[in-house]
Design a protein around this ligand. Structure first.
Ligand code: NAD
Ligand code: ZN
Length: 340
């Protein structure tokens, strides 16, 4: 089968041929229809420090996908050939304390599809049936292909009550923008999103945020005045991984505010901890998606009218993968889909 793999320990990704993976007793074999490029895939493409430490070579990468079940192991229940599925990319152990308590997203032994085991940028993918999620008929394959990052957005955004609240999101990458759309959809009052990239701020405006502001040009204080907010933000979603964005957020939270942190900083970050202490802030780290509550919420959000379509800005065929990676790397895109 055709697959996109990291074949060499240098910048790049290569279209190659490899064997169709074997289907274990508890597995599904999925024929891939569409995949999307994640920031993680860009790290691997660029062969940065993290990927040099993490990715064994050769490795078929990718973990955002939708496809169709074409074969199943003999122990599998609840799926049939022809089911349209996406899947949770974190494969959990099932025996650690958190797994046994149903908190699979906190598994200590997680392995990642397309990171530590063969990924979805291929004609076929094998995953445990446990990890698959059936896509309801009224959700498009394009949206299903981005359920993994949409799940990051939903997990983060729904960590705290947003109804009637003023929400600050730092980082208008695809995940930040989707989180902003979720916040608006579930009834936040003001949703302010910041970035330093005009393309992305424009995209955020298309998705219906209250204000999308360039952090280098407009201060949060000005926006708050403009919106008649006298006290501060109730909920913060940190989705940039940039230290100055987190510091800015801490400075503009109301007392008792709640922050969910998804963005991954490149190294240590120093903050003024007195802001956390004297404001009585709650800070929660977010990893992945809740299994599988986040997945059900995602489907329901789309079915209840959340329109995510503008976040998909580019579509390429798999033979144009190079252009796909370059587009994703340019910063002038939302989600980029590769059609298999
Ligand atoms: P992304 O890199 O596309 O988005 C980050 C955005 O932050 C970019 O648009 C960038 O221009 C913007 N930014 C840069 N400087 C800024 C500043 N000073 N203020 C505000 N914004 C600024 O990434 P993404 O795919 O949308 O993911 C968002 C973050 O979440 C990334 O850090 C990613 O690594 C992380 N992530 C975490 C998990 C997890 O499970 N915790 C999963 C996926 C992604
Ligand atoms: Zn576990």
């Amino acid at each position: 089968m055709k697959a996109l793999a990291k074949l060499h320990k240098e910048k790049g990704i290569w279209l190659t041929e490899c064997d169709i993976p074997e289907v274990g007793h508890n597995d599904l074999l999925i024929k891939i229809h569409k995949t999307a490029i994640c920031g993680t895939d860009m790290h691997i493409y660029n062969w940065d420090e993290w990927s040099q430490k993490t990715i064994p070579v050769p490795m078929v990468i990718g973990h955002e996908y939708v496809g169709e079940v074409v074969d199943l192991g003999q122990e599998v229940r609840g799926f049939t050939i022809g089911d349209r599925v996406s899947g949770e990319g974190h494969i959990t152990c099932g025996y650690c304390r958190n797994c046994r308590a149903g908190r699979r997203h906190l598994c200590r032994n997680t392995t990642g599809v397309g990171v530590n085991r063969q990924g979805a940028f291929a004609e076929y993918l094998v995953i445990p049936a446990f990890n698959a999620f059936k896509i309801p008929h009224n959700i498009s394959s394009d949206l299903a292909a981005i359920f993994d990052p949409f799940g990051n957005a939903v997990h983060t955004a729904l960590s705290f009550d947003l109804v009637g609240e003023d929400v600050l999101i730092t980082g208008a990458g695809p995940i930040g923008i989707m989180a902003a759309a979720v916040a608006k959809h579930v009834g936040a009052r003001n949703v302010v999103i910041t970035d330093v990239n005009e393309f992305r701020l424009t995209l955020a405006r298309k998705m219906g945020v209250t204000r999308a502001i360039n952090a280098n040009q407009t201060s949060l204080k000005e926006v708050m005045n403009d919106l008649g907010m006298t006290e501060g933000f109730d909920v913060g979603l940190e989705m940039s991984g940039v230290p100055s964005a987190l510091r800015d957020m801490l400075a503009h939270m109301n007392n008792g505010g709640k922050i969910a942190m998804l963005g991954i900083p490149a190294g240590d970050v120093a903050i003024d901890w007195t802001k956390v202490i004297f404001k009585g802030l709650t800070i929660k780290g977010i990893y992945g998606r809740e299994m599988f509550e986040t997945w059900y919420k995602m489907a329901s959000l789309v079915q209840s009218g959340l329109d995510l379509n503008p976040i998909i800005t580019h579509q390429f065929s798999i033979d144009e993968f190079q252009q796909g990676f370059e587009t994703m790397g340019s910063g002038q895109s939302g989600k980029v889909i590769l059609n298999w």
